[in-house]
Design a protein around this ligand. Structure first.
Ligand SMILES: *[C@@H]1O[C@H](CO)[C@@H](O)[C@H](O)[C@H]1NC(C)=O
Ligand SMILES: *[C@@H]1O[C@H](CO)[C@@H](O)[C@H](O)[C@H]1NC(C)=O
Ligand SMILES: *[C@@H]1O[C@H](CO)[C@@H](O)[C@H](O)[C@H]1NC(C)=O
Length: 207
């Protein structure tokens, strides 16, 4: 079993775009992340994806959110509640964008990480091989970074990354949309979640 995560360069691109007084350590960490990712960039052919169906009547929106979406949402909202941050809500529109993206990565890119540098949403990704990844597993993998995050000074233990976790619990992110795709060979899969508005602004605390 092989899991690789990515908070996808949001910290780095915010750094460049906004020219905040930069936190160099975070930037370096994100560059290092790329070398970690590279072993994941071979691979594969396509097979399955789950796609988020549209909700029914407005009155029943939460009941109509598909099971996978509910699982993504609940896992995120547990992590947020644990630090007193209010819940995300599911966005069908955002989910549609992630769905298109994972299908593209599946069909054209062998399930490797998407290049989300230019995206307008916050994004977390998980690449896995040799194991089926449920929505809850993906989110729990991201939340493992919590152990490295120090909220009292908004810092991350050296040589570790916290940006995936801080996006999960980012207070100003309100909407969530996620999708997964699986490639046949090596049983590789890609999970992508988008967050709107995006988090991980350099120098800002998540909550
Ligand atoms: C999301 O995609 C579904 C299926 O293609 C479509 O029916 C629905 O209108 C889309 N929803 C939004 C908000 O774009
Ligand atoms: C990702 O896309 C950006 C522009 O959108 C590009 O500058 C960058 O080189 C790309 N990165 C990779 C690894 O392809
Ligand atoms: C977290 O940061 C505070 C303030 O810098 C520091 O006093 C504390 O020891 C840190 N906690 C851990 C677990 O490193």
């Amino acid at each position: 079993m092989n899991l690789v995560e990515s908070c996808h360069i949001y910290v780095l691109c915010r750094d460049i775009r906004i020219a905040h007084t930069s936190r160099v350590t975070e930037t370096q960490v994100d560059i290092k992340m790329k070398t970690i990712i590279h072993p994941a960039l071979f691979l594969l052919a396509a097979v399955a994806t789950f796609h988020v169906a549209s909700p029914g009547a407005a009155a029943a929106v939460s009941a109509a959110v598909p099971a996978a979406a509910r699982e993504f949402l609940e896992a995120h909202n547990q992590a947020r509640a644990a630090v007193g941050v209010e819940a995300l809500r599911w966005s069908e529109q955002v989910a549609n964008v992630t769905s298109k993206m994972v299908r593209y990565q599946r069909d054209k890119m062998g399930c490797q990480f998407a290049n989300l540098t230019a995206g307008k949403y916050g994004a977390n990704q998980l690449w896995a091989r040799g194991t089926a990844v449920t929505p809850r597993m993906a989110v729990e993998e991201w939340v493992k970074q919590k152990q490295f995050y120090n909220h009292s000074d908004n810092s991350c233990v050296p040589n570790h990354r916290c940006g995936v976790y801080t996006q999960v619990v980012w207070r100003k992110s309100l909407e969530l949309g996620c999708a997964q795709a699986t490639c046949v060979k090596d049983q590789a899969s890609l999970t992508i979640c988008f967050y709107n508005p995006p988090g991980n602004y350099v120098g800002e605390s998540p909550y």
